[in-house]
Design a protein around this ligand. Structure first.
Ligand code: HEC
Ligand code: HEC
Ligand code: HEC
Ligand code: HEC
Ligand code: HEC
Length: 447
């Protein structure tokens, strides 16, 4: 009898143990879905923060979900995969590119019917997402821990740089996290979810650079450049980064510095698609104040030319971000005194393609067996990374076929584009136009 009872009790223990384990697994799940109506639309924030709203509108954060280059690339990369790890990675893009949707339950994957994405989630990385972020769990693959309010009736606490803000609409609180590079770094370092390959390392590049310092006076976080930029003020490592006095909300008190929200990097094409010429222009200003070139012709008699590329303005490598898709390259031309070309390297052909021997600064991913891959879902190794580190220099030695005639002119340009046409052409659907080529730097010398 006692025996039967014991069996019963132990059965209950096992069952309740399993329930406990199950429920603790649920509560330990770091990313329980948050109800979508807890998030407040950016337009509502813009009702009082009108200047900040106008800056953020058409930024790459606003467009992170709608960006056709991203969204079409994501669909293309997802197609036809069979390997489980590759599929896992190819489905994961929405975690950063559609973060409000992903945290509220839809979309969870790239292959979900994205036309059903709730309108607020289509607005990308937005005010209430960043300003509800309390902490981070990891500095890669978006580890932001959010505590949004409960919609417009109970907006909750908005976290930011001030310790004395007392608005009526929402509560406000100082957040150290918002003043540090880590809030950016959690999305701007991307690791393959299955293979661990470093796909994007902007934060780590910054962390290992001279811009990162334990001394707060010397430390220049992402915000120190990217949230000081405004039209005409590129705010790079080689140009002034003056404060931007003003008010944070319409009619609120004047403050010595209001962090700008243009979030401009190097992308001039996608903001331009939305007709935002201002942001496209700011991307050019940023690129044009990122690097310098110099030429050493002292070994020209030995048919050698030395070109030095210095990263003087970026707080990370050039290029950074999706550095496997970006192209930064050297175009070299030598002409004699009658303007007759004697030598060319890195010149685009009429299909906007670059010749084989072009010196391109970028990362190249491999499949684990040494073969180059373009689809990041297949990236199991880094085959090459010759990018120019923050405050670093690279010297390229160019071998010439002949000693150039006296009085020849050497022109070297450093050029940037977001993606080469060879990759854009692979993406099914309406063809993309070639992305703009931006001159980052130029130098000319006479021999
Ligand atoms: C990618 C994250 C992000 C997004 C999106 C974002 N902000 Fe911010 N915002 C920040 C950070 C970070 C700071 C503080 C920077 C610092 O202290 O170094 C800030 C500062 C502020 C401040 C304080 C005033 C100032 O600018 O210095 C206000 C107000 C503000 N944001 C409102 C908004 C509104 C409104 C939107 C949407 C239109 C928005 N933010 C979108 C990250 C973001
Ligand atoms: C009814 C007007 C109003 C609306 C709507 C509004 N804010 Fe504010 N907000 C203010 C005012 C006023 C301040 C204080 C400005 C100051 O002290 O300089 C402020 C301050 C802030 C700060 C700075 C907090 C700090 O302590 O550093 C952030 C961040 C912020 N708002 C974000 C938002 C976000 C996100 C939304 C939309 C979800 C929003 N605000 C909607 C009026 C508003
Ligand atoms: C010292 C100033 C400075 C700091 C600090 C800085 N950046 Fe930049 N950033 C630049 C410049 C200049 C460019 C344009 C050149 C380039 O693309 O690298 C740029 C470009 C970018 C781009 C576009 C890259 C591309 O080629 O597509 C991203 C993304 C970016 N920064 C993010 C960040 C993040 C995240 C941080 C902090 C971890 C950061 N930046 C810190 C100056 C800075
Ligand atoms: C929730 C994730 C997330 C956070 C947090 C975040 N970013 Fe971004 N950021 C992105 C994504 C995704 C894109 C690219 C969108 C695209 O190109 O489609 C982007 C784009 C950018 C660009 C434009 C890049 C270009 O090529 O022009 C800059 C600059 C940038 N972020 C800076 C920052 C800074 C500074 C912070 C911190 C204040 C920050 N980001 C925080 C996800 C994030
Ligand atoms: C952990 C966050 C994160 C995840 C996950 C992520 N991205 Fe991004 N993505 C970014 C950031 C940050 C940028 C901006 C860097 C830059 O501009 O170079 C970006 C930019 C891009 C761009 C450049 C867009 C343009 O207009 O030039 C493409 C394409 C892209 N991502 C594709 C993908 C695909 C495909 C996936 C999924 C396989 C993915 N991303 C997953 C953070 C992320």
């Amino acid at each position: 009898m006692g025996h039967r009872n014991w069996k019963k009790i132990s059965g209950i223990i096992i069952v309740s143990g399993a329930i406990l384990l199950f429920s603790s697994l649920l509560s330990a799940a770091p990313e329980e879905a948050i109800k979508i109506d807890r998030f407040i639309s950016p337009e509502v924030c813009g009702g009082c923060h009108s200047e900040i709203f106008e800056q953020w509108k058409n930024s790459m954060h606003h467009l992170s979900h709608k960006d056709p280059v991203y969204s079409r690339a994501a669909q293309f990369f997802r197609k036809g995969l069979t390997d489980e790890g590759e599929i896992k990675e190819a489905e994961s893009c929405v975690k950063c590119h559609t973060p409000v949707g992903n945290r509220t339950g839809f979309p969870m994957k790239v292959s979900d019917d994205l036309s059903k994405t709730p309108e607020i989630a289509t607005q990308g990385i937005q005010c209430d997402y960043c300003h509800s972020a309390e902490s981070i769990t990891r500095i890669h693959n978006n580890g932001l821990v959010l505590k949004p309010g409960h919609g417009e009736d109970d907006p909750g606490v908005k976290l930011g740089p001030f310790d004395d803000a007392a608005p009526e609409f929402h509560e406000a609180r100082y957040s150290k996290l918002h003043t540090e590079a880590e809030i950016c770094g959690t999305c701007h370092d991307v690791k393959h979810v299955a293979f661990g390959t470093d796909l994007e390392t902007t934060y780590t590049e910054w962390k290992n650079s001279p811009y990162h310092s334990k001394d707060p006076k010397k430390n220049i976080p992402c915000q120190g450049c990217h949230m000081f930029q405004k039209p005409g003020i590129p705010a790079t490592g080689s140009t002034p980064r003056p404060e931007n006095p003003g008010s944070a909300a319409d009619g609120s008190m004047d403050r010595p510095h209001i962090f700008t929200h243009f979030f401009v990097g190097a992308n001039s094409y996608v903001p331009g698609l939305s007709g935002d010429k201002g942001k496209a222009g700011m991307a050019l200003e940023r690129l044009q104040n990122a690097a310098t070139l110099s030429i050493d012709t002292s070994k020209i008699k030995e048919k050698k030319l030395f070109v030095t590329i210095a990263n003087t303005g970026a707080g990370h490598s050039i290029p950074t971000g999706v550095a496997d898709l970006r192209q930064v390259w050297l175009e070299i031309t030598i002409k004699n005194k009658d303007n007759k070309p004697l030598f060319r390297m890195g010149a685009l052909n009429d299909k906007q393609e670059l010749p084989e021997n072009t010196i391109i600064f970028r990362t190249v991913f491999g499949d684990g067996k040494g073969n180059k891959v373009i689809n990041i879902a297949k990236a199991r190794q880094i085959l090459k990374d010759n990018r120019i580190k923050a405050k670093g220099k690279v010297v390229e030695i160019i071998s010439l076929p002949d000693v150039p005639e006296k009085d020849s002119q050497v022109t070297v340009r450093l050029l940037y584009r977001g993606m080469p046409p060879e990759i854009l052409k692979m993406i099914p659907g309406e063809p993309f136009e070639p992305l703009p080529v931006v001159e980052m730097a130029k130098v000319q010398v006479k021999i």
